[in-house]
Design a protein around this ligand. Structure first.
Ligand code: ATP
Ligand code: MG
Length: 476
């Protein structure tokens, strides 16, 4: 379900383009793609979606499993495209750049941009199993306080979204923050190779999108492919509390990179978390910086996992030699569906909804349950949907949640889907809620499971459509 989400599919969403992007012409495109040009043109906007073409765009005709951009050439030109990059020159009346492979051409254009246009831009790559989008959003909101920063829209983190993000960066961009996702090995190498990061963050190594990997170690190895593209003398930033830290750091040192670490781990992290305490509707946390200075910070969120994104962000500032501003995280907003809180009028009272419907895997599920536990003043209710894409051990990952649920003060756990049924069957009677086959069924029975003053967490994998429950609760 990972590939199908709207956030993951750049062709479904119009990419963000700045008016100050590089102006491509037929000669640049020919050099960048090693293609053959016909006609003269210039364009500052590159688009792969004929439906969203604007006057003056350069259209790249990609071929997917279910579509072929070449079928939409006429539409693209009718809407105002000035030229197209194609591998099958069906209509030679249009200005074209003819290449062997249009996806590779898109990636080569992004490489060209990195090598020849964005020369003064600091490239910051973010990969890891969980928390990439959260961390890149925090980095972007923080770096924007220092200069022109650009980042991927939504979750554009793959072989198409990443080049599009690079191609949409303004020429005066000082910081380009690029999320890199993967669903199989080899992908991170390619993304890193295109982007040539100055700094790379690996948030953690966990079971996420792991169906294509034999083991967690295989996932660690695949994430470490990020080393392929990092510039000589570049820095890699690693989570020292993660079980793969020793492996990742030793390989990074061996490759000659600077290593910085963050976490709670003993007293030896570059960016050391000393403690976290609740304060009103957010978290105070104390951090020791490399100069031994201790600083107090605040994040207007619940959930210690957000603090880890903050630590990684502070490490990036340190690597860039930028001083940590006061109230640095004030501008940060949780990306949609990753734990956003909504207060909703319900009868004479309110309910608090925690929308974590974007996706789920064991690490983020546990983090979300612990975040729910941080709340007070209400009955804590979790509506949990199946975690998908977990391969052979999928049942174990669901039954293992028993520990997390029973060790916290969560009052009721409702479950959705056949894998969550395994958890439902184990739950102690006091915490056992209802079991549902689908999110539609939850929506039909919503009034039976919510009450005034509830604090409700909704979380599950994308394929479980938990956002339907969120929508229904928002409109009660
Ligand atoms: P994807 O692979 O889908 O791109 P991602 O790595 O970008 O995911 P996010 O979208 O930032 O991750 O977050 C996914 C979920 O994980 C959200 O529920 C979020 O709150 C949670 N999360 C974020 N950071 C962490 C973390 N460090 N540990 C556990 N859960 C986290
Ligand atoms: Mg993401």
């Amino acid at each position: 379900d990972y590939q199908k989400t709207k956030e993951n599919n750049p062709s479904k969403v119009e990419a963000l383009h700045s008016p100050a992007t590089f102006q491509w012409n037929e000669k640049h495109a020919e050099i960048a793609t090693n293609g053959t040009k016909t006609g003269n043109w210039s364009s500052t906007r590159i688009s792969i979606d004929s439906k969203n073409i604007k006057k003056g765009d350069l259209f790249v005709a990609l071929k997917g499993r279910h579509f072929d951009g070449h079928d939409f050439l006429n539409e693209a030109f009718a809407k105002g495209a000035v030229a197209a990059i194609v591998s099958e020159p069906k209509n030679t009346n249009y200005p074209l750049v003819i290449v062997e492979d249009t996806l590779q051409a898109l990636q080569h254009m992004a490489s060209f941009c990195i090598k020849h246009i964005l020369l003064d831009t600091k490239i910051i790559a973010v990969t890891g199993s969980v928390g990439k989008t959260t961390t890149k959003d925090m980095l972007h909101s923080t770096l924007s306080q220092f200069g022109v920063s650009h980042t991927n829209r939504g979750n554009f983190n793959n072989h198409i979204g990443l080049p599009l993000t690079i191609l949409s960066a303004p020429r005066n961009c000082q910081y380009l923050v690029l999320e890199m996702g993967m669903s199989e090995k080899g992908e991170i190498q390619r993304l890193s190779d295109i982007s040539k990061p100055d700094i790379a963050v690996i948030t953690n190594i966990e079971h996420a999108h792991s169906a294509n990997f034999h083991s967690l170690f295989d996932i660690a190895r695949a994430k470490l492919e990020i080393l392929y593209g990092i510039k000589p003398n570049g820095t890699i930033i690693l989570n020292k509390d993660n079980q793969y830290y020793d492996y990742l750091s030793s390989q990074s040192y061996k490759s000659g990179f600077n290593v910085m670490s963050f976490g709670k781990h003993q007293n030896t992290c570059t960016i050391q978390l000393l403690n976290t305490t609740r304060n009103g509707t957010g978290l105070n946390f104390k951090v020791k910086l490399p100069n031994n200075k201790i600083t107090n910070l605040y994040l207007k969120v619940f959930g210690e996992h957000f603090v880890y994104s903050a630590l990684a962000t502070i490490a990036v500032l340190e690597a860039l030699k930028l001083e940590l501003p006061q109230n640095v995280f004030e501008a940060f907003k949780i990306p949609n569906g990753r734990g956003n809180m909504h207060s909703i009028q319900y009868g004479d009272e309110h309910i608090l909804l925690i929308d974590d419907s974007y996706n789920a895997n064991p690490a983020s599920m546990k983090a979300a349950i612990k975040s729910l536990d941080m709340h007070s003043d209400g009955r804590k209710v979790a509506i949990l949907g199946d975690m998908l894409e977990l391969g052979n051990e999928r049942v174990k990952f669901h039954t293992e949640l028993y520990d997390c649920v029973t060790k916290t003060n969560v009052d009721k756990v409702h479950t959705v889907g056949e894998l969550m049924l395994e958890l439902h069957n184990l739950l102690p009677e006091a915490k056992k809620g209802s079991h549902f086959n689908s999110s539609h069924q939850v929506v039909s029975n919503l009034s039976d499971i919510i009450q005034n003053n509830d604090i409700i967490l909704v979380k599950g994998s994308r394929g479980m459509k938990m956002e339907l429950i969120v929508k229904a609760i928002l409109s009660v």
